[in-house]
Design a protein around this ligand. Structure first.
Ligand code: PMP
Ligand code: GLN
Length: 379
């Protein structure tokens, strides 16, 4: 096993490991968060059409004009955020690359980055690649809220960047306005930039509302999103970042040497998706389907005495299992004994003890699969 010193602490992603275990065991995979169904036909048709009509060479490095315009329109329509199409929007190869490019393009060795834990597993790796240091303030089960004094104390160290994720993977939290206001106020006092990962922004359940920190302080925030979850096209890896031009400048310098540009025909198809989704009633249908799936899994887990913590957004549910096995051991045993795969969340925590007793289930699966999981988990 050979790697740079920076990457030596990081193993193969838990998503790859558990998808492989699930495959080998013929388990129902409620682990890795990808839909086991296709994105809409009309978007697939748009991609075919784009390939057949000559969108097959490098796109502009910062993204095809049509897609950047569609992203600007989407921001304006839903969040009343105005971004300059030329200087303030960059198309990336997924949200993963947007976050990586923000870190590699804006951080210096020795800088401090603050985030909540649990966090998405690529964040600490990218922080390490940038030579920076990650600190994490816990969102504690079962409410997954943060302690304001603890957050304020962490901001007193004046971190260069805060990486936020709302709606939040893996807890399913959607941060409330008062929580965001507190966080943005801390960032303003400390002069901290905010990178806000909002890939689940269209997956917010009734009674909750998605708010971006960019709506509170646009000049300090890079808002990251992606087509992966919203259009059930995780394999396309089309994402984007929106933010003030000075921060975009750093991000773009990294982006142009990481990937240069994102798959051109897919950019054209996602532009069409963003343009047409509202008039097709796509988002309402999308959320209704996921509400059904969330409720289905909730009932399954309750029936299996797994004590689920109802998510406010995303397509994940955290659940508490009895006993004192580690999450990793419990998740492996669930595959072996019940034929159902989940994700043990240790790798989402700096303080591994906070993961104890918790496992994550994904419900971005067909009802056939969710029914199969229900059968297997019965008792
Ligand atoms: N951020 C979060 C919080 C995620 O859960 C995921 C993927 N599941 C990503 C980023 C990655 O998004 P993309 O596939 O667009 O790179
Ligand atoms: N984001 C997905 C999840 O949380 C996984 C993405 C990946 O495998 N990199 O399950």
């Amino acid at each position: 096993m050979t790697s740079s010193r920076a990457l030596a602490p990081f193993q193969t992603s838990v998503f790859s490991v558990f998808s492989r275990l699930a495959r080998d065991a013929g388990a129902v995979n409620l682990g890795q968060g990808f839909p086991d169904f296709d994105g809409p036909d009309w978007i697939l048709d748009a991609a075919h059409q784009a390939m057949r009509s000559g969108h097959n060479q490098y796109a502009m490095s910062h993204g095809a004009t049509r897609l950047r315009r569609a992203i600007a329109g989407d921001n304006e329509r839903r969040l009343a955020l105005a971004y300059d199409v030329e200087t303030e929007i960059t198309v990336t190869s997924g949200a993963t690359e947007a976050v990586a490019a923000a870190m590699l393009g804006l951080l210096d060795p020795g800088d401090e980055v603050l985030t909540f834990e649990p966090y998405y597993d690529s964040y600490p790796v990218c922080v390490a690649m940038a030579g920076a240091t990650l600190r994490a303030v816990p969102l504690r089960a079962p409410t997954f809220t943060f302690d304001r004094d603890e957050l304020a104390a962490a901001f007193a160290r004046k971190p260069k960047m805060f990486v936020l994720n709302t709606p939040h993977n893996p807890t399913g939290r959607v941060l409330r306005r008062d929580e965001l206001e507190f966080l943005v106020d801390c960032a303003q006092r400390a002069g901290t930039w905010i990178v806000s990962d909002e890939v689940y922004e269209q997956l917010v359940f009734k009674g909750h509302e998605h708010l971006s920190p960019a709506q509170l302080d646009q000049e300090r925030t890079i808002r990251v999103s992606s087509a992966a979850k919203t259009f059930s096209l995780t394999g396309w890896k089309v994402g984007w970042a929106c933010g003030p031009s000075d921060l975009m400048d750093g991000l773009r310098r990294a982006h142009q040497s990481l990937v240069f540009s994102t798959a051109a025909p897919l950019q054209d198809a996602i532009a069409q998706a963003l343009e047409q989704a509202p008039e097709r009633g796509y988002y309402d249908e999308f959320l209704a389907n996921y509400t059904t799936r969330r409720d289905h899994l909730q009932t399954t887990l309750e029936g299996a005495r797994l004590d689920p913590i109802a998510p406010e957004g995303t397509y994940f549910t955290m659940a508490r299992y009895p006993g004192d096995e580690t999450p990793n051991a419990f998740a492996r045993r669930l595959i072996e004994e019940k034929g159902v795969a989940s994700i043990p969340p240790e790798s989402f925590y700096e303080h591994k003890a906070h993961a104890q007793g918790l496992i994550r289930f994904a419900f971005c699966k067909t009802l056939v699969q969710l029914n199969a999981a229900r059968e297997r988990l019965r008792g």
